[in-house]
Design a protein around this ligand. Structure first.
Ligand SMILES: *Cc1c(COP(=O)(O)O)cnc(C)c1O
Length: 455
């Protein structure tokens, strides 16, 4: 077993992807290995999104031929119980028949028009129904785009330049958010990727997740320059880390006091932790909300929105430009609206809550049985098993202290035992409504084998 390379220390774990492409016997099947070798010749790292390359756990990724319900079918025909769910969107399970039918039906009427459709308004109404403050919504094609649109709007609306993010928070690929903390947290940031001009990174400030003093310090230092604070109200991109209600309350208070906007990036948490997302669970209303993942039901949809007073600054109503050839695409909107309608059914979120709790309990029990120290955290149907003996993970410094090698070995054993878990310590696992008792039984056996291998 080649241990996973920890990779350079990054403020943003979404970037710890630099794999050496080495092959770990027993991890990927020979068919996937061959496919990966061919893919690496034509695409950087053989993938179109870095974490798919399995860099953080070492070894080659499993190539996927199809998926249905909770099952992912690998290129060699091996079936896995899937906890990646396309990194969040597949909350109904894969290839849900109603979603497939809606997409097929839409496709027969044309795949894109570049003109407004009834479906977009119906989708915007559903989104507003779930997030009352989103009086007006702009549909886009990814979470990254939603965040970029919301931040340009925040800057245009406030006439200020600085945005504040959390260390370990991931908000997609925008230049000014791929930023790590500068010399002090109350100062502005430095680029966390090549290709980002330092002056752009210097418009981003960073705070630690759940750190109330940090919020106060950056508002003391930069208050009049801050256009917005953006955060995941339940962090999922350093593993699952819930926010302290007191920290959120202080953010709400200080942004209002200083005339900055509070932006909730609910790309991962929307329609997952509750129909109304983390803002419903916490009872905190942001100024702008960004959506993605589940909202598109597995097709490319993102959205941002807020009160009419702010959203009316967006073009063509206002001076803040933002556009997209495929925005509000009819196939994507059909998949999204169908998914949201299915999620509205009675008992959905109760079931997801029970499922998440059962998985957390299974992890704790298996870890305890084999004497492996870990901290299991989750909210509803998103969860992470942190390989640490230091107790709760409240922010990136705690997450960063986890044992990546132990996680990588554990991950490899899960895969061998038919469970496809996110291939990084710093990602949340996503069970779906399709995960049934059979799926959980396979998962329980795999947890037992994987923790046994670490003991
Ligand atoms: C996934 C994610 C994004 C980026 O969304 P894409 O659709 O991958 O561009 C942004 N913010 C959060 C919180 C995410 O989890």
């Amino acid at each position: 077993m080649v241990p996973a390379r920890p990779g350079p220390l990054r403020a943003n774990p979404g970037l710890t992807f630099i794999g050496d492409g080495s092959t770990v016997p027993g991890m990927a099947d020979p068919v996937s290995q061959e496919l990966f070798a061919a893919a690496r010749k034509r695409m950087p790292g053989g993938v179109n999104s870095p974490v798919r390359a399995f860099g953080p756990v070492g070894g080659d990724p499993v190539f996927v031929d199809s998926a249905s319900g909770y099952t992912l079918v690998g290129a060699d025909g091996t079936e896995y119980v899937d906890y990646v769910g396309s990194w969040g969107p597949m909350i109904l399970g894969h290839a849900h028949p109603d979603v497939v039918a809606a997409v097929q039906d839409a496709a027969t009427r044309g795949t894109s028009y570049g003109a407004p459709t009834r479906g977009e308004t119906a989708m915007a109404e559903r989104i507003q129904g779930a997030h009352p403050h989103m009086e007006m919504v702009r549909l886009v094609s990814s979470g990254t785009e939603a965040v970029m649109g919301a931040l340009r709007l925040a800057r245009g609306y406030t006439g200020r330049d600085v945005v504040v993010k959390t260390v370990g928070g991931y908000h997609g690929g925008a230049d000014y958010l791929l930023v790590k903390a500068g010399s002090g947290l109350a100062t502005l940031g430095e680029p966390d990727s090549a290709g980002i001009p330092a002056p752009i990174a210097a418009t981003t400030g960073t705070i630690h997740y759940n750190d109330i003093e940090g919020v106060r310090a950056i508002f003391d230092a930069q208050g009049p320059r801050i256009a917005a604070v953006i955060l995941e109200p339940i962090a999922g991109n350093m593993g699952c880390v819930p926010a302290d209600p007191a920290w959120l309350a202080e953010l709400r208070r200080l942004t209002t006091e200083h005339g900055a906007l509070l932006i909730f990036d609910e790309v991962m948490s929307c329609f997952r932790v509750a129909y109304g997302g983390a803002q419903e669970r916490y009872g905190v209303t942001p100024d702008l909300t960004c959506l993605g993942k589940v909202v598109g039901g597995g097709l490319p949809v993102g959205a941002y929105g807020g009160p009419e007073a702010i959203m009316s600054k967006v073009a063509p109503l206002g001076p803040v430009y933002q556009a997209g050839t495929l925005s509000g695409n009819p196939l994507a909107v059909a998949a999204g609206s169908t998914t949201l309608d299915l999620l509205r059914r009675e008992g959905t979120y109760e079931r997801l809550e029970v499922l998440g709790d059962r998985l957390q309990t299974m992890l704790r029990d298996a870890a305890a049985k084999h004497g492996v120290p870990c901290t299991v955290q989750g909210v509803g149907a998103m969860l992470t098993c942190f390989f640490t003996d230091k107790g709760p993970v409240r922010g990136w410094p705690d997450a960063d202290a986890c044992d990546r090698d132990a996680f990588a070995r554990w991950h490899g054993r899960l895969l061998e035992n038919g469970v496809y878990w996110p291939p990084s310590q710093f990602e949340a696992a996503f069970p779906s409504l399709a995960h049934d008792d059979d799926a959980l039984a396979t998962t329980e056996r795999a947890f037992d084998a994987a923790f046994a291998a670490l003991a």
